[in-house]
Structure formats: structure tokens, C-alpha cells
Design a protein around this ligand. Structure first.
Ligand code: FE2
Ligand code: FE2
Length: 140
């Protein structure tokens, strides 16, 4: 992969991570206040937000490593009104993140970057599993 293309992809991944950090934190606050028993999902989302911060840090450092400048931007996605809707939309986003990282892992040549991206992807896989579990329990 060309350096320019790699920078673009890493920047997109960074923006995706930041968007999720804001979304998870905002929804955690919202559900904690407004929904009875909202504590569980708030805790889950807060933990996910912390993981996404770690991912954003790793990606920022990698952008700097290849002499790029990380841009701290995020998309303003409206928060979901229900827990179910929120979980479904996060599941879609986590799957999208997993696929984007898979694409990057296949494309990059740098071994260290590959290992780091695999670690992030494994973490997104964990998010997918936990969201799926939460959704299943919600349906009972
Ligand atoms: Fe992430
Ligand atoms: Fe995630």
C-alpha cells in the first residue's frame, strides 16, 4: 500500500474511533439517567469507550511514525433513543470496524503495524461478542 493511501486509511480509522468514543460516552450518560437498570449498559459502553481511546492512541502514533499529522475529528452521529436501537447500531459499527481493520491488515507490509492492527481487531471482535450477548439477554 502506498504511503498516501495508508495515511488516508489510518486517518479514517482514527475518525471512526473518535466517533465511537463520543457515541459510547454520550449514550452511557443518557441511559444511566433515563433508563431503569441503565447502569449495566452504561458500564459496558464506558469500558468500550476506554478501549476505543486506546485504539485511537495507537493509530495516532502510527500516523506520526510515518510522518503524518493525526487529525482529531469525529462525526456527529445522533444518539439512539432505545437500548435495543443503540446496541444494533453499535453492532453494525463494530462489524464495520472489524472489516476495515481486516482490510488494512491484509494491505500493510510493515510487520509491527500489522501486529498492532491485529490487536485492535481482536478487541473489536470482543466488542461484537459482548454487544451480541447483551442483545440476546435483552430479548428474553
Ligand atoms: Fe476501536
Ligand atoms: Fe469497538
Amino acid at each position: 500500500m502506498e504511503k498516501k493511501e495508508l495515511l488516508k486509511k489510518l486517518q479514517e480509522a482514527l475518525e471512526f474511533e473518535y466517533t465511537d468514543i463520543f457515541l459510547y460516552n454520550n449514550e452511557a450518560e443518557l441511559f444511566k439517567k433515563k433508563i431503569i437498570d441503565g447502569d449495566k449498559i452504561a458500564k459496558l459502553y464506558k469500558n468500550f469507550a476506554l478501549d476505543e481511546i486506546t485504539h485511537a492512541d495507537i493509530i495516532s502514533k502510527q500516523i506520526i511514525n510515518i510522518k503524518g499529522t493525526p487529525v482529531w475529528e469525529y462525526k456527529n452521529i445522533p444518539v439512539s433513543k432505545s437500548i435495543r436501537e443503540s446496541l444494533r447500531s453499535h453492532l453494525d459499527r463494530e462489524v464495520a470496524a472489524y472489516r476495515n481493520y481486516t482490510y488494512l491488515i491484509e494491505q500493510v507490509e510493515d510487520r509491527e503495524l500489522k501486529v498492532l492492527l491485529k490487536g485492535i481487531r481482536e478487541n473489536e471482535n470482543e466488542h461484537i461478542k459482548q454487544i451480541t450477548d447483551f442483545l440476546k439477554r435483552l430479548k428474553i
